[in-house]
Design a protein around this ligand. Structure first.
Ligand SMILES: N[C@@H](CCC(=O)N[C@@H](CS)C(=O)NCC(=O)O)C(=O)O
Length: 221
């Protein structure tokens, strides 16, 4: 690592897994050396540290490399010391992790087949869209009782789930809005219009090995 105290984050701006990671890094004010890469042209330095070839990847030291978004998020949750920042950690329980698991498995499975029908040679993308409706309805119902999914304060689980709802919604925004999931739409617009989203979606130049390290803290950029 160029600076032993600052982790290196390989990221891709539009990847929902990288987004959730940047949200949580921001929440705990963790600075990183950001390396924005293109998935169609992965640098060999990146491929050397990951056998999965997926982003996000966070290098903590030569021996410690985190290859999964949830591992990076867990690392952030464990390492945040500031009381104010620790608010993001609350609601870590079986229910929140169960929801995240549903998003990463069933919801994502249907989302991919809805969004990229040709990739899966599937003839009826709307069937997969429909398969995700009950989960969206469940989220909408939860949001009747609190401003965010698990309480009135935003926490890491909102950030883990949001990028996938955004991707699903973006396939056909009109259709999504006509569902009239009022509470879900409200939750979505609070996050999408918030400063945190603006911060984590800032554009970085594509990383090249000889570049001077770009150190960023998503909270202050
Ligand atoms: N389970 C991984 C999934 C990460 C993932 O699938 N990322 C996608 C981008 S959104 C990727 O890097 N795909 C590799 C590719 O497209 O070559 C995580 O949570 O970090």
């Amino acid at each position: 690592m160029s600076n032993s105290l600052i982790p290196i984050l390989y990221s891709f701006r539009r990847c929902p897994y990288a987004m959730r990671t940047r949200f949580v890094l921001r929440s705990v004010s963790q600075s990183v050396e950001i390396r924005e890469i293109k998935l169609q042209n992965k640098p060999k330095e990146f491929l050397k540290v990951t056998n999965l070839g997926t982003v996000p990847v966070m290098i903590l030291s030569k021996r410690k490399v985190l290859l999964e978004s949830l591992d990076i998020i867990n690392w952030c949750l464990k390492n945040s010391k500031n009381i104010e920042e620790r608010k993001i950690v609350h609601n870590q329980n079986d229910i929140t992790w169960d929801y995240i698991k549903i998003v990463d498995n069933e919801f994502k499975y249907n989302l991919d087949r809805y969004k990229y029908p040709t990739r899966y040679s599937n003839k009826d993308p709307n069937l997969y869209r429909k398969n995700n409706l009950s989960f969206l309805e469940d989220l909408n119902n939860r949001l009747k009782n609190s401003k965010f999914l698990f309480s009135d304060e935003i926490c890491f689980s909102d950030y883990c789930i949001f990028p996938f709802i955004r991707q699903f919604r973006n396939v056909d925004i009109d259709w999504f809005e006509k569902l009239n999931f009022k509470f879900l739409n409200n939750w979505f617009s609070i996050i999408v219009n918030g400063v945190a989203f603006e911060n984590i979606m800032r554009k970085y130049k594509l990383w090249e090995p000889n570049d001077k390290p770009v150190i960023t803290n998503f909270k202050y950029n």
